[in-house]
Each structure stands twice: as C-alpha cells, then as structure tokens.
Design a protein around this ligand. Structure first.
Ligand code: GUN
Ligand code: ZN
Length: 414
C-alpha cells in the first residue's frame, strides 16, 4: 500500500472539475481510498508543489512519424508524400525501427501520456518493436500493423492474405498481454482496396475485444478522392462491419450529417487532432455537430502531422479552434479540456478503470511540477482557484513540467 500526497485535479463528471488537496491510497495499482491528509498516516510519496492529473490518454498518434514532426506548409496528401511516407519506409530496417520505438514511447511518457491508441508501422517487425518497448516501459498501448494495398510507395504495400497472416501473428503475441491490445489498422480507405478492408473485417472478427482504427474526413481533396474510389468515407468502413464501440476514427473535420448519424449509431469515437488539423490546414473541427449528433470525441496528438506529444498543447489548440469557429464553436472550459484529454480518451478506448482518480480506478497519473521560476511556476502560485490553475496548465504546460508519471501505480518516469 502506498499513500500519495498532492493536489489532485480530475473530471469524473464531464464539465466538472474536482479537486483534492490530500491523499490517495493506492494498493496493487488501484486507488482504494482518498481524502484529506488528516484522515491518513504520513504519506509515502509527497507530490506537493504543482498538480497531479490523471494520466493523459492519446487516442491517435503515429509511432513511425516521430522524426517527421515539424513538416509544415503542406496539405495532407502532399505531406504524406513528402514527409511521412519516406520516413515510414525507413522502419523496414529493424535497428532503425527499434530506435524510433524507444524515442516514441519515451516521447509519450515524457509528455505525461499513460495510455495511447497508436498507429503502428506497415512492417510487422517494427510493430513488434513498438509493443516490446511499450511493455518494457509500462505504457498502456493499443496498436497494430498498418495496412494498405494501393496508392502508397511499393515498400509499404501488402496483400489481403498477408495482412491477415501478419496481423494475426502480432495479435497472438500481444493482444491482451499485460497492458497491450491489438488494433486492426487500415491506413485510410483511400489506400485500401475493398478486398483489403474485407480482410481487416475478417481479422477483427477473429479476435476477442480487438480495436479498429483508421482515418476519416480529414481534408477536402482526400474526401473527394475517397468518394471516387469507395463512395462515402464513413460508409467505406461501415459497409464491412468495421465500425462499432471498439472503433476510433481520426479527424472527421468534414463529415456529413448522415455520417455523424452513422458514427453515433455505431458508438464509434472520433479522435480530434487539433494541432495536426491546424498544421496541415485541414480545417476547424465541428465539435458542436459531433456533440449534437451524439458522437463520442476524444483527443489525439497525431504526431507527426501534430506538432508534439503533449495533450496539454492539443487541449489548448482544441480550445483555440472552437474560439475561431465563433458562434458555431463550443466554448471549452479548462475542465472540458481535461475531460477530453483523460476520461473521454479512456471511454473511447473502452477502458472503464482509467481516466480519473476515484476509488476503484487505476492509479495512472502525471505530476506536473514546473521548474522553479518558470512562467508556469510563477503564475500557478497566483492562481485564483483550481479552474484558473488548470487553465494556466493548459496555456503554459508541456513535457518540461512533467516531474513524474505512474501507470497502475508503477512509477514509469521521474
Ligand atoms: N491519413 C492517412 N495517413 C495519414 C497520416 O499519417 N497522418 C494523417 N494526419 N492523416 C493520414
Ligand atoms: Zn493520423
């Protein structure tokens, strides 16, 4: 049993910020009691100074794109051709893939991310390297082999039979092992034939509780190309039975109302990736339309189109995007941003026991203690209250402020 002292902020109820300046009791990785310090003996771990948040949940991030971060000035399809895909080809070399896997998992943990739905690599050995590194470090990861059989560079293409064979072998090694789970991952329907999407549905159907993830409605030129190839973008997945509550589609910046209705009916979640949407000029995310249609929305960093691993930055950029939408935007509060970065992500990934720090939940947490004298340190000291402190954390916080990270009560950093 461990007693942890600190200022804990979380959002078990959407839109409501909860604060505890006190103690969490953690046993076997689970919070078993919480309350004011005077109700407990002396704490074993003292995290006073700064704030403790639930571990952040990234619902869309690309492992092979760490070194592609920062390719600015291009729309999606040009960026893929010039930045992302040439880098992804390099992961064919196992030593290169292992080095990138280490950088990637380290980057997530340094940013305070404890759970991620990770877009893998087109190479099975590279996906194995990612799962191996995530397991070594202790990150909670859902990932899989990325598959495509058209449009991309030759080295990144597969066939329906090979996609099932390699995917099944990876799932047999990693799905449900420790904190790892498997996700069937066609890159986007634009790079997939009907036969490959059908093969993905076969693989998904053969696995218990596996996930499905891909991209949707990110950029107008992409949406038009998908319309020529498959018809509707959401339907290009739905017609094979790929969508359900265990599915996450990234972006959805340009959905039709009918598509939002399908996503809501299936219980499929959308990963909103605000810095990526801004960097590639994809557009401003229609959060209000998603909410009104009843579509679940969480946050993704979308590294490497996204500009870094920090979900604090994604939260801030999500806020900016809604502001820029004027009356069509949703005015997001600091509590909304924290909920998007934690509980909403856990819910999108079907993880009922992470996302906040109530009794019965896993102790996945990030301690933000800004360096002494930094602007965040200075302004936190004069915060008017918990909401103001959290707003300052989203405005100014980043990986440099992450002083400790826990998954299942195990300290994985700091
Ligand atoms: N659509 C297909 N592949 C990608 C990718 O790597 N990044 C983004 N942002 N969109 C995609
Ligand atoms: Zn992406």
């Amino acid at each position: 049993m461990t007693l942890v002292r600190g200022t804990f902020l979380d959002t078990p109820v959407a839109g409501e910020l909860r604060t505890l300046d006190g103690v969490l009791q953690v046993e076997d990785g689970v919070v078993t009691a919480r309350g004011p310090a005077e109700d407990f003996p002396a704490a074993d771990v003292d995290l006073r100074g700064g704030v403790v948040l639930p571990g952040l949940v990234d619902t869309h991030v690309h492992y092979p794109q760490v070194r592609a971060i920062g390719g600015l000035g291009m729309p999606l399809l040009d960026w893929l051709d010039r930045c992302a895909l040439p880098e992804e080809c390099k992961l064919a070399a196992p030593a290169y893939a292992s080095a990138v896997a280490t950088e990637f998992v380290d980057g997530l943990v340094r940013a305070g991310t404890t759970t991620a739905l990770v877009f893998g690599s087109h190479f099975a050995t590279a996906v194995d390297a990612l799962f191996t590194e995530a397991a070594r470090v202790g990150l909670r990861v859902t990932s899989g082999l990325v598959v495509s059989d058209r449009l991309l560079p030759e080295d990144l293409l597969t066939t329906p039979d090979r996609s099932v064979e390699e995917g099944a072998a990876l799932a047999a090694r990693w799905h449900g092992v420790g904190r790892s789970r498997y996700a069937v991952t066609p890159r986007f329907s634009l790079s997939c034939s009907p036969g490959l999407l059908e093969a993905g549905a076969d693989l998904l159907g053969s696995l218990d509780d596996a996930f499905f993830t891909s991209h949707v409605n990110e950029n107008p030129a992409e949406v038009a190309a998908v319309a020529d190839l498959h018809g509707g973008y959401v339907d290009s997945y739905d017609r094979y039975g790929l969508l359900g509550p265990a599915a996450v589609l990234a972006h959805d910046v340009h959905p039709t109302d009918a598509e939002l209705g399908v996503l809501a009916a299936r219980g499929t979640a959308v990963a909103h990736c605000p810095t990526s949407n801004a960097a590639l000029g994809s557009g401003l995310f229609p959060l209000r339309r998603h909410r009104e249609a009843g579509v679940r929305v969480a946050l993704g960093s979308d590294v490497g189109a996204g500009t870094g691993f920090s979900l604090l930055k994604e939260g801030l950029q999500a806020y900016f995007a809604q502001q820029l939408l004027g009356p069509e935007g949703v005015p997001l509060t600091p509590a909304d941003l924290l909920h998007l970065a934690t509980v909403a992500g856990a819910e999108a990934l079907g993880l009922a026991d992470v996302g906040h720090l109530s009794v019965g939940m896993r102790f996945d947490a990030v301690w933000l203690r800004p360096p002494e004298g930094s602007t965040l340190d200075v302004v936190l000291r004069s915060a008017a209250g918990p909401d103001d402190a959290l707003a300052k954390v989203f405005a100014l916080g980043g990986p440099a402020d992450v002083a400790g990270v826990w998954v299942d009560g195990d300290r994985v950093r700091g």
